[in-house]
Design a protein. Sequence first.
Length: 472
Amino acid sequence: MGTRAALLNGFAEEGSVEPLICRFILKSNFDQFFSQGVSLKTAQRGDRMRQRFLLLASFLLLSSLSAGRPHATTEISASEDGRNSVVTETETEAWPPGAMACAVEQSVVNAEDASVVRNATPRIRKSHPGMYPGVRPSESLRRKIADLEDSLPKWMHDFHVPGVSIAFIEDRQLVWSRGYGVRCAGSESQVRPTTVMEACSMSKPFFAYLFLQLVQEKQADLDRPLVEYLGKDYLKDEPRHKKITARMVLSHTTGLPNWRRGGWGSGGPISLAFDPGTRFRYSGEGFLMLQRAVESIADAKLDPMSQERLINPLGLKHTRYVWDDRLMVEAACGHDRDGEVKASRKYYRSANAAYTLYTSAEDYARFLVEIMATDRTQKHSLSSQMVDQMLTPNSHREEQNADWGLGWGLRNATPNGDQPKLLYHNGSNGTGFRCHSEFQPERGTGLVIMTNAIGGKELYTALVEQWHAAEE
C-alpha cells in the first residue's frame, strides 16, 4: 500500500471529522483544474496555487485541532541511501491524526520532488492503477508488471520522457492500467490511464475499422477504385492513381508517399513511386485519399461519423479525431528530445485519418478489446469474417520484416516464431508524442503504451523487448 493510501486508511477513525478534511485536501484533483496541459507556464502557476491551498488548509486544520490531546503517531522523513530517497519511521507523541496525515503527505511530496533533482535515476510519480469491475490480472501478469515498473524509471530518465501511460489486456478484457510521471514537464500534473495524448499513426487502424463497417454494410467495396466514390480525379497529371483501391490504402501498396512536400494541407504536387498494388510503401496520403472517399460515401465528416459509429458505442470518453477543448482537463503536453515542453505544438482542428486521433491508453485498449471480442453481435462490431480479413496479410514490409493486413502490421512475437502472430501499430507525431499498441487475438492479450516525448520510441522499444523476453 502506498504512503498516501496508508495514511488515509490509518486515520479513518469512525466519527472523526479530521480524516474527512484530510481526505478532501489530499484526494482532490487540483491538477485537472490548475494544470491542464495548455503550457508549461500555466502548469507551473497551477502548481503554486495548489501548494498555497494545501498550506492554508493544513494551517486551518492544525488551528482547529490545536486544543486536542496529543496522539501517538508515526513521523515520516526522507533520507538518502545513495540512490533514491527512502522513508524512515519513528514513533512520536505529536499532532492529532488528521493534521499529522496532511503534514506527512506534504513532506513526502517535497521529499520526492527533491529526489528528482538529487538522483541520477529519480523516483517517478505513479497514479493509482486502473482496476476494472469483475476482472483481475493473473499472477504472471502482475509479476511482469512489477518487473516493468522496476525498469521504467530508468527508461524515462535515460530517454527524457516526462510521462507514460500503459494499459494491459488479458483474457480479452482490459484488466490493468496506470500512469507514470507528469503530463507536462515542470508541473505536478499526474499522468493517469485516462490522460489524453496523440495516437499518431495508431489513428490508421482505428479508421480502418470504421471503413470496414461500411464494407460490411455493403456501402463500400475494398477493391473498387476510390475515384469512383469521389466522382472526380484525386490527383492531377498522375493517371495511375485511378487504380487505387481501399485494400491498397489499408495495406500501404498505393505507391503514394507518406506525405507530399509541404504537408498534406499544402495542396502541393504528388506522384506515385510505382504502379498501385505492386509493393509496400508506407503512406499517410493514401489514408487521406480513402478518408475523402469515405466522407463522400457517408455524406459526413470523419470526426462526427467516428463518434456515432465507434467512439460512443465503445464508451471512449477521451477520444476524438479533432481537438475538443473538453479534453484539456486530461491532456498532456508534447515534449522534445530533451524532455522539454514543445512550445510550438498545435492542436488538430481538421480530422486526418492518418494521425490526428486524440485518445488515452485506456480508451485505445478498449478498442483492441473490441477487435478481439468473441461476441460479434453488437451493431458496431465487425463480423468474425471481416475481422479475419482485417488481420490477414495483404503485403510485406521489408524493413520491419512484417506482413501487413488491413490497417495492422503482423509479425512474430518472439525471434523463434513459436507463438501466435502479433498484431501491432505504433506512431510518431512531430508535436512530441510516441505510442505503441499490440495484441494477440489467439491469446486474447494486448498492451497499449502512450508517451508524451520524442524519446518515447526508445522507451516503448525497450519495454516491449523486455515484455516479450519474459515470455520466452
